[in-house]
Structures are given as C-alpha cells and as structure tokens.
Design a protein. Sequence first.
Length: 269
Amino acid sequence: MPEGDTVWNTARVLHRALAGARITSSDFRVPRLATTDLSGWAVRESASRGKHLLLRLATPDDAHWTLHSHLRMDGAWRAYAPGERWTGRPAHLIRVVLRSPGAVAVGYHLHEMTLVPTAEEDQVVGPLGPDLLGPDWDPAEAVRRLADHPELTIGEALLDQRNLAGVGNLYKCEVLFLRGVSPWTPVGEVPDLPGLVSLAQRLLAANRGRWTQSSTGSLHRGQTSYVYGRRAQPCRRCGTAIRKEELGDRVTYWCPVCQPEHPGPAESG
C-alpha cells in the first residue's frame, strides 16, 4: 500500500541507486514528457513528501529541476542492476525508464508526473499539510488543519493530504481503531485530536525502512493489522466481526464495539 512510509522507502531506494550518477538515457511514456531527454543530467537526491516522490536533478549547466511523481494506490518505482530482468509490473504499465551506469530505475503506473524547476516544487506539493515523516513535521499544525473542518468525518479528514501528508486508508483505519474512534465521528467530536495525530506519526515512523506495514507489532502474514483488510474476521480485542463499508470514496474497516458511533473517552494507543 503506497502510503507515506512506502513512498519514503521508495525514495531511499532510488537515492541509493541513482544519487551522484549521471543519467545516460531516459524514456518517458507519458504524453506530457514524451520528448523529454534527461541524458547527461545528474541525480542530486531522491526525496518524499507525503505520497509524492521528488527526484531532484541537475542539468549539465547546473540548473536544478525536479521530476515529480505521485504513487496514488498503484504506482511504484523499482531499481534494477544493468542487464537485470525487470520484474516489478507488466511492461505496459511502465511510465518512465531512467538509466545510469550503475542502475536502471523504472516507474510503473505513476500519476501526475511533471518536471518542474526545483525552486518551484511548491507548484506540486505546496498545498500539502505537514509530512508525518518529513523534517517539517509539525503536529500542532496538523491538529489545527484537522480542526478547521469540524463537520467532516474524521475518516475523511485523515485522508485529506492538505491536513497531514502521508496517511492512507490502511493507517486511517488502524489509527482510529487504536484510539477507539468511529470513522464517522465528526472531527469536532473527536476526544483527543493531538493524541490521534501523534499515534499516526508513530505508526508510520515505526514502519519506515521496511516494506511490511504493521500496526500490531507483528510482521507475520495475517497478523499485521487490527481491522484493515479483515472484514468479517473477529476483532483482536473483543471478538466482534470486523465491518467494511464505504466512507467517501474509500472503503473503511472498523469494529462496531471498540469504535462506537458516539465515542466516550478515547483509549490511548
């Protein structure tokens, strides 16, 4: 699931593969960049911002540009050794190929891919809220942004990247379960927004650097989540069947007993 921690991990993989190298050839398979040639450009760094990936480059005359891509639900980058078989996804999903002397980076099913001057990155990531895994993480600002829309359900508000950047559907469901909050609770009625925001940051940070996302502490298959992906299975706390329903345009998993529609004081996570 490409949430904030997955994109952070992806940025690190690309940084290790490409940083400091010059691109020997590029192949863009999206109309907007189809004629773009990055040959000779140097890779300065690879970074993440919420669910956005920023590959920062320098031209031969040292002009700085950023290749921006968004992973959404199904995008991915993979790094291969020269000559290695590309096994990440079907070939028809490839959107870009960047070759360097030591590695080949392949982007699959990427969205919103753009090339912008690095000084103008705010064109693509400026509206985002504080990044849970970034140097700009500011929990007070994240709480303020959430509280600005008290009528929204907390489930929808957590997914709005303008409030805080990096939470996706998995972490939304897991954080709300751990805090004992129904996904349909209006933001203005959530007992402890700072506690909820703090827990979200801790969960993403705990999974940074590994590909298995776990909110339970277990890395074993079938034991990594409390509610996400567990429809009709027994709640790990009370045994009630986990429910699944649409909230906004995303599915939500929750326990109707541990997350009552009219919550009392939230349990600490």
